[in-house]
Design a protein around this ligand. Structure first.
Ligand code: FES
Length: 312
């Protein structure tokens, strides 16, 4: 078989799938090359079955030629003391690495493998309203961030997290553990109009719960409140060193009541009596499952009276 090297600057024809830089003769970037492959693979999937099998056979035949040539080049360079450092240098080049990975001549790095694994499980997570991002792999541990339904303590979110964990451990040989990173901290913002008490707070959904001195320090007090518009809420107020915080009386795990939770005043935590999920008592952040959160309700103290907003 003979080959010719095209003078790209003199080549005025442009393939339908070519990139703009390919048309101008400049070296295409890694992103352009990868994008071109992705577009071609998508176009292939849309062909009629007969045309697709011809195209796939052509692709397989061309790849087999490329792979055979690349294996020879890599073997020779590996065996040559002078060429070996050049080979290792080349493998660090993203395009060369992609080429050798595609032909399975070098093993993809753990991050590439990990992202491939997540591509497989992502549809299942997304069908339940969740998602996952691989942040880094370090010392055999994959650090991921979870969002949507993957967060929380519910059984379904635990199942989704287990799915990510087992897929990563099975699919990436160097990974032996998966750790979930907390999501970026975000301030708890209460809209200004939710805090404003007009001339008649009851019309704004505020309900008087109790006088402040009736809420004992170091304890949880429960209130069943109904707003003027009929909104009902079971609420707990946590008093930790005279700092009051109101939450809806529902554990983030299975929504069971928290008014019998164990309060640890020294550690500043609440522990759910049902299955033991532990929360920061003043922020409601779940310490057992990063990302899960108790629902905090707007609260204010006016003239020693504790008001909680439960509706509009
Ligand atoms: S309901 Fe299960 S830990 Fe709270």
């Amino acid at each position: 078989m003979s080959t010719t090297v095209a003078e790209t600057s003199a080549d005025t024809t442009t393939a339908p799938n070519a990139t703009p830089t390919a048309a101008t003769g400049a070296d295409p970037t890694f992103e352009e090359l990868a994008g071109r492959v992705d577009r071609a693979v998508s176009a292939l999937a849309e062909l009629e079955p007969a045309a697709r099998s011809v195209a796939e056979e052509l692709k397989a035949a061309v790849e087999a030629v490329h792979r055979a040539g690349l294996v020879t080049i890599v073997r020779r360079m590996k065996a040559d003391d002078g060429a070996r450092p050049v080979l290792f240098d080349l493998v660090d080049d993203p395009v060369v690495h992609l080429l050798l990975s595609l032909h399975e001549i070098v093993r993809p790095d753990p991050m590439t493998l990990g992202n491939r694994v997540l591509v497989e499980v992502r549809p299942q997570l997304q069908s339940h309203g969740g998602d996952v991002t691989l942040v880094r792999i370090e010392d055999g541990t994959a650090f991921v961030r979870l969002s949507g339904a993957c967060n929380g303590c519910s059984m379904s979110s635990v199942t989704l997290r287990n799915l990510v964990e087992s897929a990563m451990i099975e699919g990436v040989p160097s990974v032996t553990a998966v750790e979930v990173l907390p999501n970026e901290p975000s301030p708890t913002l209460i809209p200004v109009d939710a805090l404003w008490v007009g001339p008649d707070p009851a019309k704004e959904g505020w309900v008087r719960a109790a006088s402040a001195d009736a809420i004992p320090d170091g304890a949880i007090s429960r209130f069943d409140l109904t707003s003027e518009s009929g909104a009902e809420a079971q609420v707990i107020v946590v008093n930790l060193d005279q700092r009051l915080t109101a939450y809806r009386n529902e554990c983030a795990h299975e929504g069971l009541p928290l008014d019998d939770a164990l309060i640890d005043t020294a550690g500043g935590t609440l522990t759910c009596p049902w299955h033991g999920f532990c929360y920061d008592a003043t922020s409601g952040e779940c310490l057992s499952s990063p990302g899960a959160q108790l629902e905090q309700l707007p609260m204010r103290v006016d003239d020693d009276q504790v008001w909680i907003r439960v509706g509009t």
